[in-house]
Ligand binder design. Structure first.
Ligand code: TMP
Length: 204
């Protein structure tokens, strides 16, 4: 089963993935957790280029293609083989981030064009379940300022991030069967508990 976590900045995805994977492993499941962009040596190098605060001249088309390049690598090198071996793959962000950020966020590249390059990068591999960790944008950005990694996309305007969040809500309206929403403004323990429940239900 392929499960992805999505959400605006500071929604806490990254802090939840490892404990989630450990909890499901303790239940006897084989779980592999990873992240995007990254998760492979090539993907981590691409991540560095996309997120480097110095790369202010990067065009949204370049950005969109770099995310797909990293994605093509992780899909072929990691995700497909692990799914084929019967593992659960838990990924911190996947193609919905491209639709939300490069699509709804930038509003330069039409969504259907993004869907084409996503299809090329993933060979059509779609998550079985996608969880939106939903959070007020300004609260999320405030949380981010206290953390170490502040990337080029975090530095975009609050309006950009509002469009990203609204974009996620549009995406889940289009495919309600694939999405679940978890309120990320709750205490960390409550969010973790809800994530376990939502995924546990799906595994049954
Ligand atoms: P994060 O791992 O700290 O969430 O950082 C990933 C950043 O990359 C975040 O700002 C969202 C952005 N992103 C995109 O814009 N498009 C994508 O396709 C992916 C995977 C991430």
């Amino acid at each position: 089963m392929f499960i992805t976590l999505e959400g605006p900045e500071g929604s806490g995805k990254t802090s939840h993935i490892k404990p989630l994977a450990e909890w499901f492993a303790a239940q006897g499941q084989t779980v592999y957790s990873t992240r995007e962009p990254g998760g492979t040596s090539i993907g981590e190098q691409i991540r560095h280029v996309i997120h480097d605060l110095k790369n202010t001249e990067m065009h949204p088309r370049t950005e969109a293609l770099l995310y797909q390049a990293a994605r093509a690598q992780i899909v072929e090198q990691v995700i497909r083989p692990r799914l084929a071996a019967g593992e659960i793959v838990l990924c911190d962000r996947y193609f919905d981030s491209t639709l939300a950020y490069q699509g709804y966020g930038h509003q330069i590249i039409p969504l259907d064009e993004l869907r084409q390059i996503i299809r090329f990068a993933t060979g059509g591999l779609t998550p079985d379940l996608t969880i939106l960790l939903d959070l007020d944008v300004e609260d999320g950005l405030k949380r981010k300022t206290n953390q170490d990694e502040w990337n080029r996309l975090d530095a975009f305007t609050v309006d950009f991030h509002q469009r990203v969040r609204a974009g996620y809500h549009e995406l889940l309206k289009l495919e309600p069967q694939r999405w679940r929403v978890v309120d990320a403004s709750q205490r960390w323990e409550l969010v973790q508990e809800e994530l376990r429940k939502v995924i546990g239900r799906e595994l049954k």
